[in-house]
Design a protein around this ligand. Structure first.
Ligand code: ZN
Length: 381
């Protein structure tokens, strides 16, 4: 066995042991051996190294059924943060190594914010996070747009144009001492589902986020499918009307121009509020149902494209528009899909609403967790 393979297998086994502790909360060495299939001597050696690395600690004794005491293991306190920079708000989440949410914070601003406004909000969120715990494992940032995830630079963003070209990694490296990671927002939502939602039990699934923007994240064999240039998933800019209304991307008839949060707010009365601030009982009932059904019909065109091309077993929908209309929107989507999908493909696909909250920031926070629990290219949570 070559040195490279040997090192790789060690990294994978180390990750398996860490995941055993992550999933169990508190676990004995013998249980880790049973769960990972590693022999007990190897587990002992890995655990000793993890204790030396200050990642794992012994956490008291527990008796098994035969009355024999076991030394339990758990994580030492370490934290990961996720920040979502959205068109009208920014949200931060702090997680421990088990993925428990320790704190969340939110900052609001107006649509199309200038860069200084965004950076002030970002700094405020960072201040709030570190006042609770230092996110020593790192900070994951997710944003809408075409993102160079390596350098943390937005190549282009339809919904937050002020972000274009700003060197986020350099900016953050100057103000924090933690590792920083980047991901596009819909893909971050897919990661949240993979780690904490329905995606925990499915190796392949699609997430469609319907908020200010509309985007999809594809998880295949427990890893994100990113496409060339890492731009896969821009379903919001699928043409659903060949000579339709102008989209913010410059093209005509994009799905996003009809079913995004802003489009829905306009259809509900034209006020420039966020959907979460609208009071349902103040909206004309006919207008409400018409908008919901139209939104469902438009989204069904986009989802039908995914179903006819990929035939995924699960599509999870989430985002502010889904939160607002909830299951009646899902019913409308399902009704409209019947006329737009091949029946055999549609029969294979289950569509459901996400059960998570604050998915974007949560997904961003999995980026530093991935550096602990996954081995890129070889082993995924
Ligand atoms: Zn567009």
């Amino acid at each position: 066995m070559g040195l490279k393979n040997h090192t790789l297998i060690k990294r994978i086994n180390r990750a398996k042991i860490l995941n055993s502790i992550r999933r169990n909360g508190s676990v004995a060495r013998a249980q880790i051996a049973d769960q990972t299939g590693l022999d007990r001597k190897s587990v002992t050696n890995f655990v000793n190294a993890l204790i030396e690395d200050e990642l794992v600690k012994e956490s008291g004794k527990q008796e098994n059924v035969a009355g024999r005491p076991f030394t339990m293991l758990n994580f030492k306190p370490h934290y990961a943060a996720g920040i979502y920079i959205a068109p009208r708000h920014a949200q931060a989440t702090l997680l421990d190594l088990h993925g428990n949410i320790i704190a969340t914070f939110e900052e609001e601003y107006s649509f199309y914010p200038e860069l200084p406004v965004l950076l002030t909000s970002l700094k405020q969120l960072l201040r709030q996070l570190v006042a609770i715990q230092q996110p020593d494992l790192g900070i994951g940032i997710c944003m809408p747009g075409f993102l160079d995830v390596t350098n943390g630079i937005i190549i282009d963003s339809v919904n937050i144009p002020a972000l274009k070209g700003f060197p986020f990694r350099d900016f953050l490296m100057d103000i924090v001492d933690f590792p920083v990671f980047f991901e596009e927002e819909s893909r971050a939502v897919a990661l949240a589902e993979k780690w904490f939602g329905v995606g925990q039990i499915y190796d392949d699934f699609v997430v469609v986020e319907v908020s200010e923007g509309i985007g999809a994240g594809f998880v295949n064999d427990r890893r994100l499918f990113k496409g060339a240039g890492q731009y896969a998933g821009e379903i919001g800019h699928l043409t659903i009307e060949t000579n339709g209304i102008r989209c913010r991307c410059g093209n005509k008839g994009c799905l996003e121009a009809y079913a995004s949060e802003r489009a829905v707010v306009e259809q509900l009365g034209g006020f420039s509020a966020r959907l979460c601030d609208l009071e349902r009982d103040k909206i004309n009932a006919d207008q409400y149902f018409l908008t919901m059904n139209e939104t469902g019909a438009k989204l069904a065109v986009g989802l039908a494209a995914i179903i006819n091309i990929l035939c995924p077993r699960i599509i999870i929908i989430s985002g502010s528009v889904v939160d607002f209309f909830q299951s009646p929107l899902l019913d409308s989507i399902k009704r409209n899909l019947v006329a737009r999908c091949l029946k055999s493909s549609l029969d294979q696909t289950q569509i459901m609403i996400s059960e998570l909250n604050g998915n974007n920031a949560l997904g961003a926070a999995t980026l530093p967790l991935s550096a602990v629990f996954e081995v890129p290219g070889y082993y995924y949570v």
